[in-house]
Design a binder for this molecule. Structure first.
Ligand code: ZN
Ligand code: ZN
Length: 416
């Protein structure tokens, strides 16, 4: 069975779409999501939730909707945008210079808001407690951990299941569920400082050049994946920033590297991190650096392994509401989420990808072989008119399948 558009009542879809457009136009960076949190909290209050702000010490929003006895199910969406200059040319493009909702978090918020409204409107069909979370600072991998650390589950109840969906460059109107095992890699971000001895560019023999040491380290670091990692083990090492000096005739005193390492096991991540340190120390020794290099881990996020039984149940629920052809399988991704922190204490997690690429864009990519604009790119432009109703339907159906169904009245009750 295939359906063209998921069934979301128009009088509910329209305000959810307006919320999306408003959030997209006014993106806010991680840790500064004040306006976004206001808008999301106001929506939750309007639809019957008891709302708590500031959970996790930042802009974390928690809305609770109690509806009789039954399990607690948590819906999570992220509040933050990215330091990217939008180049979509859309009429509702970001009005904030250099800031853009380039990861689709605005879509996640609008879909969670729409799903909550849909469930609030059909209370007679389910039982339990819905906890809707607006999480700040996902892009810096800080928000989820902070909210859990601030007693999220002690204060609002430990969920039987936590649900999240993420915009992805897949056809709009579809969702994709993980197969068995991990969906997203664990990652660590690492800053390195190499100390040289600065001086005149014309007398390098009187200096220790940190630019050369850093350049050698960058090249040699690539051998960790190619020579120290089993081919079947998926590991990524990226040096995303290399900073040193500011003019051609001065040898600077220091160089800085920013690295991102991803792997599907904590053991692999630890091994690669140790190899990074060994190589950088070795290059510094080879250059005769006057001081040991410094290493700072700026973030670390665990691997995301969704609960297998919950994933199977949600896949069936999505096939029912979207049609079997709109539910695909997502391969493991070397992307990182801080969502796994919500699994602290063994709380089961469910996570799926929400397709956002419009049909025309998908066709062009197919015909030309060009990649479709993906998350974090300045031309990432979700086909919201298809992806939003799909996201609302998918989230509501997922929540419904994890909540309790009210018992039909018994004979005794009907005859009494
Ligand atoms: Zn992102
Ligand atoms: Zn994201």
């Amino acid at each position: 069975m295939t359906r063209t558009t998921p069934d979301v009542p128009r009088d509910l879809l329209q305000p959810a779409l307006e919320l999306y457009l408003d959030l997209h136009t006014h993106p806010e960076l991680s840790g500064h999501e004040h306006r976004t949190a206001d808008r999301f909290a106001a929506w939750l209050t309007r639809h019957g939730c008891t709302v708590t702000r500031g959970v996790g010490g930042g802009q974390g929003v928690v809305g609770v909707l109690r509806n009789g006895a039954g399990p607690t199910v948590m819906l999570r969406a992220e509040l933050d945008a990215l330091p990217v200059q939008e180049h979509t040319g859309l009429p509702y493009a970001s009005t904030v210079p250099g800031v853009m909702h380039a990861c689709g978090h605005d879509l996640h918020l609008a879909a969670a808001a729409g799903a909550l409204a849909l469930l609030a409107r059909t209370r007679a069909t389910w039982q339990g407690t819905l906890v809707v979370v607006g999480q700040p600072a996902e892009e810096t991998l800080e928000g989820a951990r902070a909210m859990v650390g601030d007693g999220l589950y002690e204060r609002f109840g430990t969920p039987a299941l936590v649900l999240a969906q993420h915009a992805a460059p897949l056809p709009a109107g579809t969702v994709a569920h993980p197969g068995p095992g991990p969906l997203m890699s664990a990652s660590t971000a690492l800053d390195v400082v190499i100390h040289g001895r600065g001086g005149h560019g014309g007398t390098p023999q009187l200096t220790v050049d940190p630019v050369l040491a850093a350049a050698s380290a960058v090249v040699r670091l690539q051998s960790i994946v190619s020579r120290e990692t089993a081919p079947a083990e998926q590991v990524v090492l990226t040096v995303g920033a290399l900073r040193a000096g500011d003019r051609g005739n001065v040898i600077p005193g220091r160089a800085e590297l920013c690295l991102s390492v991803r792997a599907f096991t904590d053991t692999a991540l630890d091994r690669v991190s140790a190899a990074v340190e060994r190589i950088v120390r070795g290059e510094c020794a080879a250059s005769g650096c006057p001081r040991e290099p410094e290493f700072t881990v700026t973030s670390r996020s665990p691997v995301l392994t969704p609960d297998a039984a919950a994933t199977a149940a949600l896949r069936r629920a999505h096939q029912e509401v979207l049609g079997i052809h709109r539910v695909g399988i997502a391969p493991p991704l070397t992307a990182t989420e801080d969502f796994p922190w919500f699994g602290t204490g063994g709380v089961p997690l469910a996570y799926w990808l929400l397709g956002v690429t419009g049909a025309a864009q998908w066709r062009t990519a197919r015909n030309t072989g060009a990649p479709v604009p993906a998350n974090h790119a300045p031309d990432f432009a979700p086909d919201v008119r298809t992806a939003l109703p799909t996201g609302i339907t998918a989230m509501a159906a997922a929540a419904r399948s994890a909540l309790a169904t009210p018992a039909a009245p018994s004979d005794a009750e009907t005859t009494a």
